[in-house]
Write a new protein. Structure first.
Lengths: 488, 488
């Protein structure tokens, strides 16, 4: 089965697609750029979503739901926002079909043209701030801490499953605050929530930082990001949190009476994380045998394979182990298929990235042991049946930690510090990864570097040290190093 | 506060809208027919969704996600389906906006016209069965038991919050089976899941039955329904489960090799339940003081109000009660607002339908008691602090049961059996509710009755008794009574 996957060294992009398809995570649909998220892929997304949702609620947020449609005129109200989002989007112009007078099938009814076109939301700031105008009257209505789980559409020209699709699923938080300080604090807090989620649950180390002006969200005053490094040395932006200043409050006239009974504009943040994270998860851990998923997000954490096939004696032991594991909250399955050989099943569960596989054969049982195989290192060991549930519980933690440490080691090995443009190009070409270098702070230089090398500024790290230096391209003075990389 | 609500007797429709708005459940948006579901309303929907999702998973279903867009040509592939769904829908015709050459703002870019228009899914049978064609090859791929939580759009002309909106949230199950028998079994099983959910969680009694041919889902061979009765004597269709025969398999060429290695068409079901259920929940239990929600679905089950306002001594007791209730899994809040008077808070929590309110005053504490008020009957009692958590746990069960029994009693009192058309009209006019009557089985008669009285056949109950009779309208022979009502 693993034969069917292209290796990373051979063709990284094809390897990614092979995994997404062979592990049955997602596939292209009949609609250009839109994917079908298959049950196994969706189960992983559900685990991600549920964990994020818990973290949002623990930090005081509530969920709500706003319309799919945005009136065209709303998009124009915030000048930068319209530049960023009004360009490639799905436009609803009519509300009725009719039987084709010239034949079979249906055609758009020309008499059902909308007075104002509706845009499928590419992001919801505009419709939400238009609503907040009625909800916010006084400082007592603030802060407003609302999140939405939704589908959004951006008409991307080149799409890749999970990483860039015309329709994708995400959450978008939209908060409103009485002061600038509080809004900035919220923005940074949510960047922290994303980083914690990425590191603790996805086992994916991230760099926290702020975007350069050029890479900012359209309409934001500052964009905070978490950036991860994939196994091909390219960076992936993994979640962004925006301080929107008073831009949307101005555009939609959202004011409140402060404690002194004076009218002020409201301060805003927005933050989003999408099904793109599925792509990050896949690319951070998987190998040439297929998907590797951290135990905390795996739909099935342990699979039991009766060897050579199910029989009453083995099944009884398997059921007992299942009960013990379930009592610990571990997600476990028995592979009861009678027709497939163990070797085939092993390859299948490897492909799906199940973190732990237990093999139970008659001879093992006679010896009071089972075979335990871990997906991450592919190590196998014989473990006593007695206490097997405790062993597995510990093993799942080990695997989670090992995946994180392995990814962290990879990132550390692929983070370089350079001082000249030649060095910069050399590292980018031969090694990839993050490159820490001085930049003169201008968009012009940033774009020139991108044009010459395809590398972009991923972020100015939150914990960057102030250090006098010279821009690698222009030689102009620089106050700190920033992180460059080629990116998805 | 309750003064702001119109009473049911005065204007039932306005009473409903008042509750939806004053309890902050939902509101109309800037987009015609689309609602904003506010955080409190969404929290109730989340509880409904999470419980249904558990029930779907317990019955072997998994979630997946299919595209928002349906190519126009897909809708035409199933003849009846297109008649039912292609008429009022949102049509995407373009994929780009551009700056208006004649002024400010943006306009549709005429050069970005789609080759084939895309319809926002009104329901997903077509795109899903087009996908199933690739997933189903052999009997070993069946059954396929998939559910999707999604937003859908039907361009309704007259909309009402939750009950009928252009965009709504729902789940749609789409299953594929090797045999007709198994598909019918699935259809009935899911009708049962809906009924169990309605009765056990929503505390809303329902009649299970099948729809007449005229009221069937477009493309179904049989539609199973659950029908509830609202407080104004009108019925509300609350969840439908469709046996689709091989219609979609034919339309999308979905075939499988059976055990004898012969090709057969696949059998299908689909079943859906939507945010419309929020409307049903509100109308089944609420009263002239506001929302009433059954404890199992209430975002906040118990609210503690310090009297006259928070102080350290009272707060300490309140925190202790909160800890005890949380330990029992009860959702509880303390109202710590210092500025509102108790009377105002009481009215507010009544409006929001919080099932149990605890008042804690200094005098109560001195006596070792708290005041317990239940939302459903508005009874108040003094209860010893000792064992208060156990008392409340029992009380929440009592309230859940009481709401169900009250609704059941209402329905029983408003279910009439009539034998003549005069009687039929008289009951419909003066009493409302379900009317059990003979019908000759023809669509013609059904439509005539609807035209004359606005009543429709809600269903032929699953447990109907065969009984010779005469149609109330035509006098033609009838084999059983069916259930009529005016409906939402």
């Amino acid at each position: 089965m693993s034969k069917e996957i292209t290796s990373r060294s051979e063709d990284y992009a094809q390897w990614y697609i092979d995994i997404v398809k062979k592990a049955k995570l997602a596939e292209n649909s009949a609609v250009r750029g839109c994917m079908v998220i298959r049950p196994y892929g969706f189960a992983i997304w559900e685990n991600m979503r549920d964990q994020l949702d818990r973290m949002f609620k623990e930090t005081g947020h509530v969920n709500a739901y706003f319309p799919l449609f945005i009136p065209k005129s709303f998009l124009s109200k915030e000048a930068e926002h319209v530049e960023g989002f009004a360009k490639e989007c799905a436009v609803v112009t009519h509300h009725r079909l009719m039987n084709d007078p010239n034949g079979s099938g249906v055609v758009v009814d020309p008499s059902a043209k909308l007075e104002e076109e509706l845009i499928i939301r590419p992001t919801s700031e505009t419709i939400i701030w238009n609503t907040y105008r009625d909800w916010i009257k006084s400082y007592r209505d603030l802060p407003l801490l609302i999140n939405q789980w939704a589908n959004v559409v951006r008409w991307e020209m080149r799409t890749r499953l999970f990483l860039r699709t015309a329709e994708f699923l995400w959450q978008e938080g939209h908060t409103a605050h009485a002061t600038k300080e509080e809004a900035i604090e919220e923005t940074i807090k949510m960047q922290g929530v994303y980083a914690q989620f990425a590191e603790e649950y996805m086992a994916m180390p991230v760099v926290k930082g702020v975007k350069s002006a050029n890479e900012r969200f359209a309409g934001a005053e500052e964009t905070y990001t978490i950036e991860a490094l994939m196994q091909d040395g390219k960076a992936l932006q993994s979640g962004t949190s925006h301080f929107l200043g008073q831009n949307f409050a101005k555009a939609f006239d959202v004011k409140f009476l402060n404690k002194e009974n004076k009218e002020e504009l409201v301060w805003a943040t927005s933050w989003g994380l999408s099904t793109r994270m599925m792509g990050a998860l896949i690319m951070t851990h998987s190998d040439d045998q297929g998907l590797v998923i951290p135990p905390k997000l795996a739909p099935v954490q342990v699979v039991i394979v009766p060897i050579p096939k199910p029989n009453p004696e083995i099944n009884e032991v398997a059921e007992k182990i299942v009960a013990e594991l379930k009592a610990k909250g571990i997600r476990v399955d028995i592979d009861m298929d009678e027709k497939k050989r163990p070797g085939f099943k092993f390859a299948e569960h490897e492909m799906r990235g199940v973190p732990v596989r237990l093999g139970i054969g008659k001879r093992d049982l006679a010896n009071g042991v089972v075979e335990v195989a871990r997906r991450d290192t592919k190590e196998k060991s014989s473990q006593p049946l007695e206490g097997i549930a405790d062993h597995i519980e510990g093993l799942l933690d080990d695997i989670q930690n090992n995946l994180y440490n392995k990814a962290l080691k990879y990132r550390e090995e692929h983070t370089s510090s350079v001082d000249t443009f030649d060095e910069f190009k050399e590292v980018l070409e031969n090694k990839g990864g993050f490159i820490s270098a001085h930049w003169d702070g201008t968009t012009e230089t940033e774009l020139k570097i991108k044009e010459l090398t395809k590398a972009t500024i991923r972020c100015i790290p939150n914990d960057v040290e102030m250090e006098e230096g010279k821009c690698i391209l222009t030689g102009n003075p620089s106050k700190c190093r920033v992180l460059f990389a080629k990116a998805y």
